[in-house]
Design a binder for this molecule. Structure first.
Ligand SMILES: Cc1cc2nc3c(=O)[nH]c(=O)nc-3n(C[C@H](O)[C@H](O)[C@H](O)COP(=O)(O)OP(=O)(O)OC[C@H]3O[C@@H](n4cnc5c(N)ncnc54)[C@H](O)[C@@H]3O)c2cc1C
Length: 319
């Protein structure tokens, strides 16, 4: 046992739990995880983009012949929206502390300011809007290009999980080396989101050992009969975490956290009907992106004939 009971400190008093600056691969990936974890997430997206300079994306997993950048952007934005993110098409000009010193005020070029408990920077080229938070002057490094000196955001300002010396500020991009490819930037966004989700749970009374939970969807068939009983989950939690928990196992905080962890675990299992329903929705959603002519071109005549024949057989004799 270490510290005594700690009451939850996070109250809903900001416009958003999280503002992500940048809706490229790093920002959208981070947002998908934070929104799925139930955190109110807004993504600001406008301005200079690395990905929009790419002519055709050919090395992102899942697109065997590559994908054009416009379609890729549409899909990653739709994915983040489906997960629950709100998009704001505005350029962030400044991120500063609130007057109370807790959380941040995000000021865009055109619209109203938004407040957020935590901010994730996900802008490969730009970090200038964070300068107001740089009290220690550690955010920017001086580089030399020929005779000229210039300043740029330090790629190693954040640690490997995206945390920075500014409490509540995370950096998914720019970061050393990992943002060189879109899929690496997406991976970095996911990792930073995991850290942020764990930190926000810790602020609600969870502790490190239980806070970092994976976002998995599992088959209910894999669940033995005994695990359908919530008491089995309670037993599992107690065996695994009680001894090292920072509070007594009969405390309100312990029971609250245990209950929340069990809820997350149990909700991750889905039954065969739900798996089929999600598969159908997944396929229909993919189909909705496809160009009609490309779809028709990809269907060879023989398959069309087979389809028409089978339809004719089925409807034969009908009035
Ligand atoms: C010419 C070129 C070709 C490339 N080709 C490939 C390739 O073939 N394959 C590959 O994997 N990678 C390629 N890359 C690299 C790839 O673009 C990056 O690795 C990846 O895009 C980084 O993702 P990100 O989310 O960190 O940043 P970005 O892609 O730059 O996304 C940042 C987003 O934030 C927005 N933004 C910026 N500033 C602000 C602000 N102040 N407020 C609000 N929004 C803001 C931007 O509009 C943008 O949408 C290429 C890069 C270039 C330059």
């Amino acid at each position: 046992m270490t510290a005594g009971p700690r009451e939850p400190v996070e109250q809903v008093e900001f416009d958003h739990d999280i503002v992500i600056v940048g809706g490229g691969p790093a920002g959208c990936s981070a947002g998908i995880f934070t929104a799925r974890a139930g955190l109110d997430t807004a993504i600001f997206d406008r301005g200079r983009s690395s990905l929009k300079q790419c002519a055709h994306l050919e090395n992102f997993l899942g697109f065997p012949a590559g994908i054009d950048i416009e379609s890729f952007y549409e899909r990653i934005h739709d994915h983040a929206r489906t997960a629950g993110c709100e998009f704001v098409a505005d350029l962030v000009e400044a991120v500063e502390r609130t007057d109370e010193g807790d959380g941040f005020v995000v000021t865009p070029a055109e619209g109203d300011s938004h407040t957020a408990r935590r901010v994730v920077a996900a802008t490969r080229y730009d970090g200038e809007y964070l300068r107001g938070l740089d009290d220690d002057e550690a955010m920017f490094e001086t580089k030399r290009y020929g005779e000229e000196e210039y300043e740029r955001f330090d790629r190693e300002y954040a640690d490997r999980e995206g945390r920075t010396p500014v409490d509540g500020l995370y950096v998914a991009s720019p970061s050393a080396a990992v943002d060189m490819q879109a899929i690496m930037a997406a991976g970095r966004g996911a990792r930073v989101a995991h850290r942020l989700i764990a930190d926000s749970r810790i602020a609600e009374g969870w502790w490190e050992a239980v806070a970092d939970r994976s976002d998995w969807v599992r088959r209910r068939a894999e669940l033995d009969e005994e695990w359908t009983d919530r008491r089995r989950w309670v037993e599992w939690f107690d065996n695994r975490y009680a001894a090292d928990a920072p509070v007594e196992s009969d405390s309100e905080r312990y029971e609250r956290v245990r209950s929340a962890v069990i809820d997350v675990g149990r909700a991750s299992y889905i039954d065969p009907a739900e798996i089929t329903a999600r598969k159908t929705t997944g396929q229909e959603t993919l189909a909705s992106y496809l160009d009609t002519e490309a779809v028709l071109d990809s269907i060879d005549d023989e398959r069309i004939r087979e389809y028409l024949d089978s339809t004719a057989e089925r409807t034969a004799g009908e009035p």
